[in-house]
Design a protein around this ligand. Structure first.
Ligand SMILES: [Zn+2]
Length: 311
């Protein structure tokens, strides 16, 4: 049976930044609040857009819905990735996390393309034959923009306090949502004031929303692909590994060092040069001390494979 790792070492999946438990609990509460706000906004925007004749508002609502679905998939991916290594997965289940991000990114990018195609159709074929958006949709958008901007300010502050780029990324997503809604607001105002000649402005605003959706999709896709491809983690990790190994008595120099990330953890392969005249037993002891020193240097390092070279 697999048992989940107890959540003592709370670190962000993408950056592995350690955070204090109380603050990260606070960050999780704000992330949950953000998701609940998105559920509400998705429903309100899509309904208001349909009733109030605004395609931009519908696209904005679909974006909020995608945010919710994305958060859910990521959450399950993260839960699964925390499972401990088992017979079939000796390196653990960490890759479940970037795979979940990949699935979400694919969904988000598909939605961006479908919505964009729909917006173009609206601009060229449908907009002129439709009644202009109704003015009260603007009131809905003002409330939405104010709440999203407030969420941005609170969460970005929290992100600074935590030093967590997860919370910061979350905060900037709130602001990008606010900007999507600003674009919808502007499009609707132009469509109402401009009359039939400017009826396409609302769908142009939807196209702006698509650009934001695509941008968020790509921003999610790239780190996920990097992690699946075992891209080199931030150089600080390797520097820490080398410094810890070099400080162990008997190590002449640390040589080749490879680090890869599995979920929240790192796996290290390290070559060390030792005096070639010492016994296998002595060399083996040095290798063990190197492993312990490296694991002590950073709690996120799950395992270290040390290869001993005679100098
Ligand atoms: Zn969003």
């Amino acid at each position: 049976m697999e048992t989940p790792v107890p959540a003592t070492n709370v670190a962000h999946p993408a950056t592995g930044e350690p955070t204090s438990p109380a603050l990260s609990a606070l960050a999780r509460r704000w992330a949950l609040l953000g998701a609940l706000v998105n559920v509400l906004f998705a429903a309100v925007k899509i309904a208001a857009g349909a009733v109030g004749n605004s395609y931009a508002l519908i696209a904005d609502g679909v974006e909020s819905g995608l945010d919710v679905a994305g958060s859910l998939v990521i959450w399950f991916g993260l839960k699964y990735s925390e499972r401990q290594p088992d017979e079939n997965h000796p390196f653990g289940h960490g890759k479940a996390e970037p795979m979940a991000a990949l699935v979400v990114a694919a969904g988000v990018l598909t939605a961006a393309v479908v919505l964009a195609a729909q917006s173009v159709r609206e601009i060229f074929f449908v907009a002129k034959s439709r009644p202009a958006p109704t003015a009260w949709t603007l009131a809905v958008l003002v409330v939405v923009i104010l709440i999203k901007e407030a969420l941005f300010r609170r969460v970005v502050h929290l992100g600074e306090e935590l030093g967590s780029s997860a919370a910061r990324a979350d905060a900037w997503h709130h602001r990008s949502d606010a900007l999507t809604s600003v674009a919808a607001f502007v499009g609707i105002v132009i469509a109402i004031l401009g009359g039939p000649a400017w009826a396409g402005a609302d769908a142009w605003a939807a196209l702006v929303a698509c650009a934001f959706i695509a941008f968020n999709g790509v921003r999610m896709l790239l780190p996920a692909v990097g992690e699946i491809m075992d891209v080199a983690p931030p150089p600080e990790i390797e520097q820490k590994v080398r410094a810890a190994a070099a400080a162990v008595p008997g190590v002449l120099t640390p040589e080749k060092c490879r680090v890869r990330k599995m979920g929240l953890e790192f796996y290290v392969d390290l070559h060390i040069a030792v005096d070639g005249a010492i016994s296998v037993d002595a060399g083996h002891n040095i290798a063990h001390r190197v492993k312990d020193a490296i694991r002590a240097a950073d709690a996120r390092i799950a395992d270290v494979l040390v290869h001993v070279e005679p100098a």
